[in-house]
Design a protein around this ligand. Structure first.
Ligand code: HEM
Length: 643
């Protein structure tokens, strides 16, 4: 039901509609599949929520027993685990059940997220459930990561050491990172995150083990309080599984712990690097991705993946309608799910078998990933094309726009990728070179003069320090070796003071430098921040014979997905036009019969005829915005039907 305020027009009416929308989704939240208790009796996939709760409970219980003997100290952590294994009665079993309980949590949470996607459990009006499921998965993974280090063995120590470096790459993100240091003060987001997680110095010390131990407990105990409040407020049953099922799940953990006891490994040695460095199994896919990509890009993707997972249900609702749950009618989401699942499995297998080739594999990975998405989109478009119900088809216009935009984004990245492959310049320098190119017309003669000076001052193929002002970098690195270098640099400094018609934009950017708090103008910004140098490098690398080996060839497999993005966009436009045409073909509603005019007033029919003629016109052009759900939602269905 819409609240009375939501029926109002204007600003407050819109606010009330948004609040209603959000309230419905919050009411529909399912932390452990509470709304699927009936389905769970016959279908184990709907019991994944209660199973997750049960194994979480077992893991917490065994963890609380383990902390009686475990000592979170760099010097004796490993020995305390040895004692648990050998001296504590049932200690070995307790450790095993804790470890496999953690693994079972991750398996259950992962399968649950996949089930939600495949069964459209986020429809109608339950989109936030995916976000909740994902938070559960991530918390379990981070609990596992923090617990893994507690053993303080060689494998765990080195895996954590590698992971600890990942947040620091955030400092190389454009804008929020240190990229423009020292001119633009940065948030030091990466370094600060590493310090908070690992302790002062950002390396693995006693502080890290203390911090991880505290986080390990907090990741369970804080959510436990929230979950208990949730159960209390909603009067839900905690584990809606009969005792037989509970015993079966618990015995599976006990038997696995007996058959495959938790490994102890060798004591950690900071001086000896094990090869290969392997994390616990659920992070292996991510490890492989970091091997394939530039670490900065991999860190960016690591942040983009959960955001995409949270947004996908909304996208699917938009594309296939709020009531469509049949998997074969949602091929876009089907292919996305297959792509995500297969990538994770294949990456994990590649790293376990140690057979990946970081130079030749990535083009195949890119093609596989993008092509599966394209297959999903084109399949979805075919369904729309074949739709015989004109009313339904007409609704597909907005879906075609969304799918066209996805294809166009892919085509755009294909275009950017072409230049990245040719020049080996990554996103930030390439986008900076592109922005310089766009601003070049405002530079007049200064543009060519700047580029010539940069060519003369910096040797071809030189590596530029990423967080230093360009003038400082030239002065400290190359100036002594350049003939007439001082005079050339002075000319460049002089150009920095030149005016351009769009200086006012650049003069708004702070430098956080006491002597010069703002940029003097565009030339100053472009030279100091190396955007001019990026452009020169790009030009050099795209011109044959200037820099050795450049331009590089684009791998053949990459052409597939680069072209497929454009084809998908065109297909979406064609189907979109077809759907638009369908609007005109929507059959008119039967014209209501005018009431028979009373015999005494023969002139009356004139007005009703005029009204009924106008009615079909309105019907044909105004298709309803959203589908009515085919299946009534379990909670607050009346709201959704109106949505
Ligand atoms: C109150 C809750 C918890 C407590 C008190 C606790 C305590 C402990 C302790 C003391 C250890 C080190 C001993 C050992 O490795 O055998 C440990 C390890 C570990 N914990 Fe927990 N834990 C809790 C919850 C969890 C949860 C929810 C997970 C879930 C993912 C988890 C995953 C792990 C893992 C993977 C290890 C390493 C196990 C191994 O490989 O031997 N713990 N935990």
């Amino acid at each position: 039901m819409h609240s009375p305020a939501a029926k109002k027009d204007g600003f407050w009416g819109s606010v009330a509609k948004v609040t209603d929308w959000l309230n419905t989704r919050i009411k529909n939240i399912d932390i452990f599949d509470e709304h699927y208790q009936n389905e769970a009796k016959t279908n184990p996939f709907y019991a994944l929520g209660p199973i997750f709760y049960l194994v979480w409970f077992i893991t917490m219980a065994t963890g609380l027993i383990l902390i009686m003997w475990y000592i979170p100290s760099k010097a004796v952590a490993f020995d305390s685990i040895l004692d648990i294994q050998t001296k504590v009665p049932w200690g070995n079993l307790m450790r095993g059940v804790h470890k496999y309980g953690a693994d079972a949590m991750i398996i259950a949470a992962t399968m649950r997220v996949f089930r939600m996607f495949l069964n459209a459990d986020y429809k109608p009006g339950k989109e936030l459930n995916i976000a909740i499921g994902l938070v559960m998965l991530l918390l379990s993974m981070y609990s596992g990561l923090s617990g893994y280090l507690l053993i303080w063995n060689q494998r765990a120590f080195w895996a954590t050491k590698v992971f600890a470096t990942f947040p620091t790459y955030m400092d190389q993100f454009p804008v929020m990172g240190d990229y423009y240091e020292p001119l633009v003060k940065s948030l030091h987001l990466g370094w600060n995150t590493a310090e908070v997680l690992l302790g002062a110095g950002g390396s693995i010390t006693q502080e890290t083990i203390t911090r991880f131990f505290s986080l390990h407990l907090a990741f369970s105990l804080i959510p436990l309080i929230l979950v208990e409040i949730y159960f209390y407020n909603n009067n839900y049953k905690r584990i809606p599984l009969n005792w037989l099922k509970r015993i079966v799940v618990s015995m599976m953990l006990v038997i696995t712990a007996i058959v495959l006891p938790a490994a102890q490994g060798r004591r950690s040695d900071p001086d000896v690097t094990p090869l290969p460095i392997l994390s616990d199994w659920y992070f292996l896919g991510l490890y492989q991705m970091y091997k394939y990509l530039e670490p900065v890009v991999a860190t960016e993707i690591t942040m983009v993946i959960p955001i995409s997972v949270i947004l996908l249900p909304f996208l699917d609702t938009y594309i296939s309608g709020p009531g469509e749950k049949a998997l074969m009618k949602r091929p876009f989401i089907l292919m996305m799910t297959i792509m995500g699942g297969l990538t994770w499995i294949i990456f994990s297998l590649l790293i376990i078998a140690n057979i990946a080739n970081i130079h030749s594999d990535p083009p195949f990975w890119r093609a596989f990933m993008y092509l599966l998405i394209d297959v999903g989109i084109i399949w979805q478009l075919v369904l729309l094309w074949q739709q015989s119900d004109m009313k339904e088809k007409a609704k597909g216009v907005s879906a075609c726009v969304v799918m066209g935009l996805i294809g166009a984004t892919q085509a755009f990245w294909g275009w950017v990728f072409y230049y990245m492959a040719k020049t080996e310049m990554f996103m930030s320098p390439l986008s900076q070179a592109g922005t310089y190119l766009l601003c070049r017309p405002f530079m007049g003669k200064d543009a060519q003069a700047t580029e010539d000076l940069i060519q003369a001052l910096v040797p071809k193929g030189a590596q530029m320090p990423y967080n230093t002002d360009f003038i400082v970098a030239v002065q400290t690195r190359w100036l002594p070796k350049v003939q007439n270098g001082e005079a050339l640099l002075n000319q460049l400094k002089e150009i920095q003071t030149h005016k351009s018609p769009i200086d006012f934009i650049y003069q708004l950017i702070p430098t956080f430098n006491n002597d010069q708090p703002m940029y003097k103008g565009m030339m100053d910004f472009m030279i100091s921040n190396k955007w001019a140098w990026d452009y020169v490098t790009f030009q050099n690398r795209m011109t044959k014979g200037v820099e050795a080996h450049y331009p590089l060839p684009v791998p053949e497999v990459d052409w597939w997905w680069m072209i497929a993005g454009a084809i998908t966009t065109v297909a979406a436009i064609v189907v979109g036009i077809e759907c638009q045409k369908a609007k005109a073909l929507i059959p008119a509603k039967p014209v209501p019969q005018a009431p028979a005019a009373p015999a005494a007033k023969p002139a009356a029919p004139a007005t009703p005829v005029a009204k009924t003629e106008a009615a079909p016109e309105t019907q044909a052009t105004e298709a309803p915005k959203v589908d009515a759900p085919k299946e009534a939602p379990k909670a607050d269905s009346s709201e959704e039907k109106k949505d």
